[in-house]
Design a protein around this ligand. Structure first.
Ligand code: ATP
Length: 491
């Protein structure tokens, strides 16, 4: 197809126009970095979540899924280290009062440099390497000096008048219960900043009730909340988002083998849902989180650059040991299979390899790959164009549009009958308004992979026209074939 364009700003407005994503509370001018999913977005998001859930819990015999609550006992977050450590280094511009995450401020500056030319790109790499080294040492004075030495300015005030670098905790706090406590701190609960802790505190419940044997995994999808400072790039960085996480519990000493296994597995899974291998890459962490002995990101080339899509972390036995210490409950595994001198090895605290992907980021990945503005010359020499979402058929929100050519002559009745036949198997959409060409374009824009048109010939020979979104090819098939044909293409 000639003249394909892929424009991020266009994609954002397309998402709104076609019921994928709306700004939260838009009628009140919105809430920053919070978004609502519309009728098509909610269905696409559910389809992606279902694919992940199936790949984890159905295709792996040793992974089970849970659904833990968002609210957790506040000690959970003391034990996990989030109360003391879940902070990002921030810096404020004294003139505009605008606050920046230090790494984002420097990365933004480096991106601008890179766009200028080869010499500047080398300079940008040096600045980024210096930033990584300073972050690894928690050298906040050094980071401020790096910003000042490079005369990095605020995008609002355009000045280089910065405060010191400070740490800012990202967790949202709220009050729990109706009765005021004597000590107000007693009522504080947090909105979970990650879903993982709900898995750790349920480790023994699941292991014992499910009679799970190591190695095994616990998967979970759900909302997480972070008071992000730089919240931009649409649904890439939100304050309320959804994670799909799996904690894989392994014998101590085997964690690097499993880390390498999941690193490969997860990249393959992304490819299996239609992300080209060339758009994915690994990025090893330089500065490891307090709980990790190895960590990497799987990055995707978003329209605004290479960014983290999923994190793979070897979390050691940190979390389970911390919860054991804070709860004073023994959290260990008795390994009957591992023998030493012919006897069971005994109890140990399992090590954990985590895979953690943002559902909203994956949604954005899929839409940014799918969105295309296409122009071509028709046989008669005239120009034509369309906007199409080439979402893989198996996750597209609507699979089949059923379109009677006209609203009369018994065609809607045949269409409704087909709808009743198909709707128990997959998601269909019925539309009888507008000219057929206009209806096809609308289905292209929504990303519906198949359209079926019922016309007068249908009444004579029971055949319909099926139109394929990606190729725009049309062919005649019998009414009876439609359901199987779609099912074959979406399975
Ligand atoms: P970043 O460096 O981009 O802030 P992170 O390293 O803090 O991300 P993790 O804590 O590893 O992210 O979370 C796992 C996944 O959750 C990320 O790979 C990402 O897909 C998703 N995620 C994290 N924060 C957000 C957010 N604010 N909005 C949307 N998705 C997020």
């Amino acid at each position: 197809m000639a003249n394909e364009a892929n424009n991020f700003a266009e994609l954002v407005s397309h998402c709104k126009e076609y019921g994928y994503i709306f700004q939260s509370s838009e009628i009140y001018d919105g809430l920053a970095a919070v978004y609502d999913y519309g009728q098509n977005g909610a269905q696409l998001k559910k389809n992606i979540r279902d694919e992940w859930w199936k790949s984890m819990t159905q295709l792996h015999e040793n992974i089970v899924g849970i659904d833990a609550a968002i609210f957790m006992h506040p000690t959970t977050w003391k034990a996990s280290g989030h109360v003391d450590n879940f902070s990002d280094p921030m810096i404020d511009n004294k003139d505009s009062k605008k606050r920046y995450r230090v790494d984002h401020l420097i990365e933004g500056f480096a991106d601008e440099l890179k766009a200028k030319g080869e010499k500047e790109a080398k300079e940008a790499d040096e600045i980024l390497a210096a930033m990584d080294a300073l972050l690894a040492k928690d050298d906040y004075a050094g980071l401020k000096k790096l910003i000042e030495d490079n005369k990095i300015t605020c995008s609002v005030s355009k000045t280089c008048n910065w405060t010191d670098v400070r740490l800012f905790n990202l967790m949202f706090k709220t009050e729990f219960g109706a009765v005021a406590a004597e000590n107000p701190d007693e009522n504080i609960v947090y909105l979970r900043p990650e879903t993982a802790q709900g898995i750790f505190v349920n480790f023994l419940n699941v292991q014992k009730t499910g009679r799970m044997k190591i190695p095994f995994g616990i998967a979970q999808t759900g909302k997480a909340f972070r008071n992000e400072i730089v919240a931009r790039q649409f649904i890439f960085r939100m304050r309320e988002f959804e994670q799909m996480e799996m904690q894989f519990f392994v014998r101590p000493g085997t964690q690097m083998d499993w880390y390498n296994y999941w690193k490969e597995e997860r990249k393959k899974w992304h490819e299996s849902i239609g992300i080209p291998a060339g758009k994915l890459r690994y990025h090893n962490h330089v500065k490891l989180a307090h709980y990790a002995d190895a960590a990497l990101d799987i990055e995707f080339e978003f329209p605004f650059g290479w960014k983290e899509l999923e994190g793979i972390h070897s979390r050691t036995d940190f979390d389970l040991k911390q919860h054991q210490e804070y709860s004073k409950k023994k959290i260990q595994y008795f390994d009957n299979d591992l023998k030493e001198d012919g006897k069971p090895y005994g109890n140990y605290t399992p090590y954990v390899v985590e895979t953690s992907v943002g559902l909203d980021r994956l949604f954005l990945t899929i839409l940014s790959l799918a969105y295309a503005e296409e122009k071509w010359t028709k046989e008669d020499g005239s120009e034509d164009s369309r906007v199409v979402l080439r979402i893989p058929a198996k996750i597209a929100p609507t699979k089949l549009a059923i379109l009677p050519l006209v609203k009369k002559d018994g065609l809607p009745e045949i269409a409704k009958e087909l709808m009743n036949q198909c709707k128990t198997a997959f998601h269909c959409f019925y539309e009888e308004k507008d000219a057929i060409g206009k209806r096809y374009r609308r289905m292209d824009a929504i990303g519906t992979p198949f359209c079926v048109t019922i016309d007068h010939q249908t009444k004579e020979d029971n055949t319909v026209t099926i139109r394929y979104r990606d190729s725009m090819q049309q062919e005649r098939v019998t009414l009876d074939e439609v359901k199987n044909l779609v099912q074959k293409n979406i399975s």
